[in-house]
Design a protein around this ligand. Structure first.
Ligand code: PMP
Length: 409
């Protein structure tokens, strides 16, 4: 008998499980709106042209200066990853002329995409920060509570979404942050809140900033969609930059999964903005002690691709064009779905579909309606009614609109 005979089968991940169910469905009209990955109008995964070009350069190593990137040579990177990648990632997030970077107040370390950056940041805080409680929005990305709990933090929630308006519960948010213990950590989605697609306005962000600074709450930004939400890298970084501009401290987890389509390369960065250069340098030395026993050092290929693109003006511009095209296609899908429901006279106010931003729409459909759409229309999504707009195309919008119409009537 196996010594593991007592091990019970674990449930599927609620998000990744949607794809598993989808794969089992033989229907030709099946539609997967669960997965958080971009698809083209033809429903295909996309590798950006600029990424292909960067990979070609790395393979050919034609430019002598690229040899510093050494993706061709499969050596280990340092514990904190590729130095040039870290520098360029910080600039992308905080701005070309960021005073915090100029004053060396920021330490940036390459991590395993957004998830790994959150985990390393969480473990650093659990070891070295005086407040072990992190407040996450209600609802939030399903992995957040698990990542932070295992990092050693205690997880609490703050009100965020108002089902009645399908918008922000701004009053509840302010009340909950105001009553959080002084110094508590607060997880903020930098833009394109997942799963709701609801972001604070710039004015609301400013109020949140003032309240958090006056209550000495520690901002931990999760930036998984920079450029992917509005189509502009700078616009999507505004909230983060607002908090950095006031001179205070914060953490930022960056991911290149969505905005460069590098999902499986697992490339991201954790930045900790400190109030002085000597603090930042000591913080970095401790980040190494978090990373080393966890995975020693990060992978080289994805970081080399990102650095190759960010360091070259032409490639950077080419990237912004391709990024905007992805963002625009998603925004177009929102409009098409909204129009299709209107045309069907589907009962209810569906304007939240065009008001929400980013990869997802929080439809407001309940669990029973979602189950109905899966059973009768072969449409797959998470049971909270979240649909990935990136998984939709002009061809599949009518089928989805029919399903929603049938589910609510
Ligand atoms: N944060 C949020 C809000 C996300 O939506 C995601 C991806 N679904 C991530 C972090 C992490 O993604 P990754 O680890 O692939 O970068």
């Amino acid at each position: 008998d196996s010594v593991f005979a007592h091990v019970v089968k674990a449930p599927e991940d609620p998000i990744l499980g949607v794809t598993i169910a989808y794969n089992k469905d033989p229907s030709p009209v099946k539609l997967n709106l669960g997965v958080g990955a971009y698809r083209t109008e033809e429903g295909k995964p996309l590798v950006l042209n600029v990424v292909r070009r960067a990979e070609q350069l790395l393979i050919n190593d034609r430019q002598a200066k690229l040899s510093v990137l050494v993706s061709r040579v499969k050596e280990y990177l340092p514990i904190v990853g590729l130095a040039e990648f870290n520098k360029l990632s910080a600039k992308l997030m905080f701005g070309e002329d960021s005073p915090a970077i100029r004053k060396n107040r920021v330490t940036t370390v390459q991590c395993l995409s957004g998830t790994g950056s959150l985990r390393v940041g969480g473990e650093f805080l659990a070891r070295h920060y005086h407040q072990k409680t992190i407040y996450i929005p209600q609802p939030t990305w399903g992995n957040h509570p698990k990542v932070f709990t295992l990092a050693g933090l205690s997880v609490k929630t703050y009100r965020y979404y108002d089902p009645a308006t399908r918008g922000l519960n701004f009053k509840g948010l302010l009340e909950d942050l105001d009553s959080a213990p002084s110094g508590a950590i607060v997880l903020l989605h930098a833009c394109a809140h997942n799963p709701t697609g609801v972001d604070p306005t710039p004015e609301q962000w400013e109020k949140i900033r003032q309240l958090m600074r006056s209550r000495k709450l520690m901002p931990f930004f999760d930036s998984a969609y920079q450029g992917f939400a509005s189509g502009s890298l700078d616009v999507d970084a505004q909230a983060v930059r607002m908090f950095v501009a006031d001179g205070g401290e914060c953490l930022v987890a960056q991911s290149y999964a969505k905005n460069m389509g590098l999902y499986g390369e697992r490339v991201g960065a954790l930045s900790i903005v400190c109030n002085a250069a000597d603090v930042a340098s000591r913080v970095e030395s401790q980040l190494k002690l978090v990373i080393r026993p966890m995975y020693s050092n990060p992978p080289i290929h994805g970081a080399s691709i990102v650095a190759t693109i960010l360091r070259d003006k032409n490639m950077f511009n080419e990237w912004t064009v391709e990024l905007k095209a992805m963002a625009d296609r998603i925004i177009t899908m929102r409009q098409k779905l909204f129009d299709a429901l209107r045309a069907r006279g589907t009962p209810g106010d569906w304007s939240h579909i065009i008001k929400q931003i980013g990869m997802f729409t929080f439809t407001g459909l309940n669990k029973e309606q979602v189950a109905f759409m899966t059973k009768e229309y072969h449409i797959y999504m998470t049971s909270d009614g979240r649909i990935s707009m990136a998984g939709l195309s002009s061809k599949t919008v009518p089928h989805l609109a029919d399903a929603i119409h049938a589910a609510v009537t």
